[in-house]
Unconditional design. Structure first.
Lengths: 538, 411
């Protein structure tokens, strides 16, 4: 549900209870005409959006935008307003407020932009702050910092916060009370501890269960369908809650140590499928006029590792550490500076165009952003069919169509989707389409670059399960890239922690999680939202 | 989506409707203004003289000797349907020359032959001229923009998609192509300029030159493929396409367009209207190229392009099937503005008396006539208004498109 809607829906006449007190606004917002709503919306209610990139205007400096917001409802002269902005920037713990004041949005990081947005929201000292998925687009470590900041501000300013998110893990860190919504209705509400320890509604349970746990190894993730059944009763679809607890469900899917051990020995017994040797990808930074590059961004700087057939190699690290570049370099989407990538006895980096085209069938990638990984002007069917056509895999149009329909079925899409265009699908569905397209060529090896990071947790669980099923069905080998340690740990047989273009640590996921050797890894682990660590044992 | 947004923009929508009307006029101009009847019956026989003209132009029928050099208005008809304006743009009505205004006394046999919008110095009907001018303006827009799009899209595509570092050729291939291009120009055009100048760019000679150039390029590339076996020659180098194209655009744009046009027309002997159109098009490819380049810079980094690369699609396929179709929207905007510019440029040239042969009429050439007699207000006002209205229509459509698409991008 969109929070803009929420601004209109919250009925303040019933008085909005929070731990900090009651918002004194006995007005029915629903019946308030737009004209009177405006000042209220600006002053007493403030909002922070999910995507900091698009909520800041790229052509003005960050400072001037906050300044404008202040001058909109406070009579302050420029110098005093400016001082106020700098104070606010300091309060949201932006480093060097003067510099940020003069910086344009594209010159600062995502986390910093979100802090600027928070400063802007705080500038009018709102009584209610509505935050719509404010950390979804951010790294785990940055997310933690922002959550800490919001908790502090809540205490300091005595403001109520409505924090909207799809991720129950985040809620545990910040909320006092939780309202769970499902299909447009509130299904459950209560203090955060109760929700986490004694969830009543099946949907709440599924939300709690579908986030990959860090302390358990699972065969597959529980999804909403494990908790809720839809039945046809008297021609109406009704919801039937299954009487299972989160704990039971998780226990049901748990992998035994023997199973894990057996899988490991099986995988490690073969020859490596992929061997990366001392790979370096440097991007030129500041090039002299018509000359050689002066400096380099060392996005990947001397990385070596091996991946065995059937294995899933996890790759985790903060954004900007070079994960994407590493994946792209293996696929020759980047120019590499030095190093070797051996795949089945061939060095991918020194193949010529025709040899490369043959290997393209075997190595595929699934990208992060499901919205731009499909050509908007091509139907789904055509998009999945195209690789078959180009590689001349199935000669007849009928056969190709058959195959496409089969692939659609594999990823749980329906045949009638064949004729549709990408914009008619949700994020999760598009990611399935991308998976189907990648599978069209019968690849052996797939790189998943943040493939589930843009999805809501419940959808994420479904896509992760699908990837696991496909791994078994087609004997696939994955490199699974994510900034989210819990997801990588769930998916991987082994994992690599990357930092600044180098490998920080490599090993079994539970070893890295329980006995991190490096301070950097420890920091990543601490940033995992508290709601996931079930030390209460429920 | 874009269409819905465009439709909500009133001025743009009305402009589009008017444009359809203008195109209709341009298409059916021969039926709207013609000195010959649309249909007539003479001595019991039926004739369709206007349609017969089309038949002759296509070579299907032969001209009827009976009607050679006749004045159609003097014939005895049993039945006759005249076009709404019973004059062609080039019909000279000696009785009403020079410069008869719509309200002046005119010598006409019947009221239906009245020159509703007056005549010019030779006694040509202004209403017919306006209609012929519409056709000329639309033709200029279409031809000039086709030429501009051809060059603009190809060059913008190369610059935007390949940038400065993504088109990597082996040294020997770069060298061979460079040499072949220079040689093609030299042997195809420079060395043969005599032959070409003598016969005033006949299609045959020009074709020979182009063929010679192509043969040289093919030979160079085949040779290069052979020589690539030697490692020293096979070392790859990036071809800075973007840099080259952008510099070319800057050079071309730094010269004022009209001056450039005049300079080129001065070189060509007896420039026809088609020359003018092509040259206008050639001068306005730069803005198309800029837009296409900017769009491709954005599109080429999108994951669906990379996905296509990973699936082993050819560059050709990626560019034509995946990149270009998604860049076409904004090109429409440039084309709309470009047509307005081309019409204006053609009007200026015709006003200066360049490009048109004697029997051709365009809005610009009509205004030119008004200079000879300042009291002939109808000759200045009407074509002037037509130019203004048409240019405004295209600009409004361009604005509407730009807004509709921006909204889509920001969404
Ligand atoms: N095409 C490029 N040109 C210049 N720098 C780049 C390019 N791609 C990535 N980088 C830089 O390389 C570093 C690693 O980026 P990336 O691999 O995308 O990180 P991650 O995927 O871990 O978030 C970043 O500092 C980024 O700015
Ligand atoms: Mg990345």
């Amino acid at each position: 549900m969109s929070a803009t809607k929420l601004l209109e829906i919250i009925d303040l006449q019933t008085q909005f209870q929070t731990e900090e007190g009651t918002v004194k606004a006995p007005i029915d917002l629903l019946r308030l005409p737009e004209k009177e709503m405006r000042p209220l919306r600006d002053k007493d209610l403030a909002m922070i959006f999910q995507d900091p990139m698009s909520s800041l205007n790229p052509v003005f400096t960050c400072g001037s935008q906050v300044l404008e917001a202040i001058q909109l409802h406070q009579r302050l002269d420029r110098t005093r307003a400016r001082q106020l902005v700098l104070d606010l920037f300091a309060r949201v713990q932006l480093p060097d407020p003067e510099r940020i004041y003069a910086a344009y949005p594209h010159q600062i990081s995502g986390g910093q932009k979100q802090r600027v947005m928070i400063a802007m929201a705080m500038s009018c000292q709102p009584q209610v702050l509505i935050a719509d998925e404010p950390t979804t687009a951010l790294d785990v470590t940055v997310q933690k910092a922002i959550l800490d900041l919001m908790s502090d501000l809540k205490r300091e300013m005595e403001a109520a916060i409505v924090f909207i998110t799809h991720d129950l893990g985040v809620i545990a860190d910040i909320a006092d009370r939780v309202v769970v919504m499902y299909q447009g209705r509130i299904v459950e509400q209560g203090p955060v501890r109760d929700i986490f320890l004694r969830p009543q509604h099946a949907y709440t349970k599924s939300l709690l269960a579908c986030r990959p746990p860090v302390d358990q190894a699972l065969r597959r993730l529980p999804v909403v369908r494990d908790f809720i059944d839809w039945r046809e009763v008297d021609g109406q679809r009704t919801m039937v809650e299954r009487a299972v607890s989160v704990k039971q469900t998780l226990a049901q899917h748990q992998l035994t140590e023997a199973e894990v051990e057996a899988r490991r020995t099986r995988i490690q017994s073969g020859e490596p499928l992929l061997r990366v040797v001392d790979l370096r990808t440097w991007f030129p930074k500041g090039r002299a006029w018509w000359g050689r590059p002066q400096e380099f961004v060392k996005a990947v700087d001397g990385v070596s590792f091996e991946v065995y057939p059937g294995e899933t190699m996890g790759l985790v690290g903060e954004s900007g550490c070079g994960k994407t570049t590493l994946g792209r370099s293996i696929l020759r989407l980047n120019r590499t500076r030095s190093g070797e990538v051996w795949y089945r006895g061939k060095n991918l980096l020194s193949l010529n165009a025709t040899e490369l085209k043959d290997l393209r069938k075997e190595v595929q990638i699934i990208f992060q952003d499901p919205y731009s990984s499909l050509n908007p002007r091509m139907t789904i069917g055509k998009a999945i069919e195209e690789p078959l056509l180009v590689h001349g895999i199935l000669g007849k149009a009928v056969e190709r169509r058959e195959r496409v329909l089969e692939l659609l079925a594999t990823v749980d899409l329906r045949p009638e989707h064949y004729q549709r265009y990408p914009h008619e699908f949700s994020g999760g569905q598009r990611q399935r389409i991308c998976i189907a397209r990648a599978l069209a060529l019968n690849p052996k090896f797939i790189i998943c670059d943040e493939s589930v990071s843009a999805l809501a947790v419940s959808v994420q669980a479904q896509v992760l399960n699908l990837l696991l099923e496909l791994r078994e069905k087609y004997q696939l080998t994955y490199i699974f890239i994510s900034h989210d340690l819990s997801v990588v740990k769930f998916m991987s047989d082994r994992m690599i922690v990357m930092n600044g273009g180098k490998i920080e640590e490599m090993g079994w996921p539970e070893d890295i999680y329980q006995k991190p050797q490096q301070a950097y890894t420890r920091r990543l682990i601490e940033a995992i939202p508290r709601g996931l660590i079930r030390d209460d044992g429920f | 989506m874009v269409w819905r947004r465009f439709r909500s923009n009133r001025p743009a929508l009305w402009s589009l409707r008017l444009l359809v009307v203008l195109l209709g006029i341009a298409f059916f101009a021969d039926f709207l203004a013609n000195e010959k009847p649309l249909y007539c019956k003479i001595e019991g026989k039926r004739y369709f003289p206007v349609l017969a003209d089309y038949g002759q132009a296509l070579g299907w029928t032969n001209p009827d000797p009976q009607f050679l050099n006749v004045d159609w208005k003097d014939l005895e008809y049993e039945r006759v349907w005249w076009a709404p304006v019973a004059y062609s743009a080039s019909t000279i009505d000696v009785y009403n020359a020079p410069f008869k205004g719509p309200f002046d006394r005119q010598v006409v046999a019947e009221d239906r032959f009245w020159h509703w919008l007056g005549t010019d110095d030779l006694g040509r009907d202004v209403a017919a001229g306006m209609l012929a001018g519409t056709r000329m303006a639309m033709l200029v827009g279409v031809v000039a923009m086709s030429v501009a799009c051809f060059f603009g899209i190809i060059l913008g595509l190369l610059a935007g998609y390949y940038g400065d570092s993504r088109l990597r050729w082996t040294r020997v291939r770069l060298l061979a192509n460079g040499v072949a291009l220079v040689a093609a120009w030299f042997y195809g055009f420079a060395a043969r300029s005599y032959a070409l100048a003598e016969s005033e760019w006949p299609p045959g000679e020009l074709g020979k030159s182009i063929l010679l150039g192509l043969v040289l390029l093919v030979v160079a590339n085949v040779g290069a493929s052979q020589l690539e076996r030697f490692p020293l020659l096979a070392r790859k180098r990036a071809l800075p396409v973007d840099l080259l194209v952008m510099r070319a655009i800057e050079v071309l744009e730094s010269v004022p367009g009209l001056l450039f046009l005049l300079a080129i027309l001065a070189v060509i002997e007896k420039p026809g209207i088609l020359d003018v159109m092509v040259i206008i098009g050639f001068l306005s490819w730069t803005s198309v190229a800029r837009f296409v380049r900017a769009e491709l810079l954005r599109i080429r980094t999108l994951p669906y392009i990379e996905a296509a690369q990973v699936m082993g699609f050819s560059e050709w396929r990626i560019i034509w099937r995946h990149a270009l179709p998604n860049a076409l929207g904004p090109i429409l905007v440039v084309v709309a503005f470009g047509v307005a510019g081309a019409i204006l440029a053609e009007a200026s040239l015709s006003f200066l008396g360049l490009g048109l042969s004697i029997d051709q009429v365009s809005w610009g050439s009509m205004i030119n006539k008004a200079r000879e007699d300042f009291s002939a207000w109808w000759l200045a006002l009407l074509p002037g208004l037509a130019i203004f209205a048409t240019v405004t229509i295209f600009n409004l459509i361009g604005d509407g498109l730009a807004q509709a698409m921006d909204a889509k991008l920001n969404q």
